[in-house]
Design a protein around this ligand. Structure first.
Ligand code: SF4
Length: 227
């Protein structure tokens, strides 16, 4: 979805939407932080068809109604989730605790590039905590050429994602239960699963993260090929 929306944006990288690159604006469209009208270039007649296509694509975003009457649907596989996980106060994304599969010496404040095991998208993130071989990060963006050129980013390769931490919206949670959740920053808007291990008001920590969610999706979108 990120690639499709980025292709439909004007590619002027003019910054009038508040983002210096169209791709960053596309991420905020997917995450529901922005609407297409925030791009003045997209309102020009020449981009009318692109704007309509973008509006259709973002209609598929997760839908949240009220705290207790909630419908959260993953875009990529149409599973329903119990909660949406949003950033802790004053942070850019919910936190991920990672186990890097490399021996690079990392420290708090480092910016890293990694691909979560099981996810096709490379992430850029800042380390906010380090405990033994585990690092906790806040996502700063998807991978792109601009970021790759930046030497200050350490490429740590594949990481296992062990935990998520953030503010939740959705059903009332209980410690110990297994839930399905949608990280608000997830560039694929894919439903994850995990176990609730800590709850403090609206803040939750979820561990044993899995991208495989079992059971049938609410809307079956399977397509079959024959050769
Ligand atoms: S205002 Fe539109 S064209 Fe300019 S950077 Fe933002 S998305 Fe791109």
């Amino acid at each position: 979805m990120l690639k499709k929306i980025t292709t439909l944006l004007p590619d002027f990288n003019c910054g009038n939407c508040g983002y210096s690159h169209c791709e960053d604006f596309a991420v905020s469209l997917i995450n529901g932080k922005e609407e297409p009208d925030a791009c003045p270039v997209l309102k020009r007649p020449a981009f009318a068809a692109n704007k309509t296509s973008i509006e259709k694509l973002i209609q598929k975003r997760n839908r949240v109604t009220t705290h207790n009457n909630i419908t959260i649907t993953g875009v990529i596989d149409n599973y329903r989730a119990d909660i949406v996980l949003k950033p802790l106060k004053n942070e850019k994304s919910c936190r991920e605790t990672l186990l890097p599969l490399c021996s690079i010496d990392l420290k708090t404040g480092d910016v890293i590039k990694y691909r979560p095991l099981g996810c096709p998208i490379t992430h850029i993130a800042k380390i906010v905590e380090r405990q033994h071989s585990l690092i906790t990060v806040v996502i700063t963006g998807p991978d792109n050429d601009r970021n790759i050129e930046n030497n200050a980013i350490t490429d740590v390769g594949i990481c296992m994602v062990l935990a998520f931490q953030g503010r939740y919206e959705g059903k009332i949670l209980k410690v110990g239960e297994t839930i399905r959740f949608l990280p608000h920053h997830c560039m694929m808007q894919k439903i994850h699963s995990g176990v609730v291990v800590q709850l403090e008001k609206e803040n939750v920590r979820i561990e044993i993260i899995d991208l495989k969610v079992w059971g049938m999706p609410e809307v079956n979108t399977t397509t079959y090929v024959t050769y």
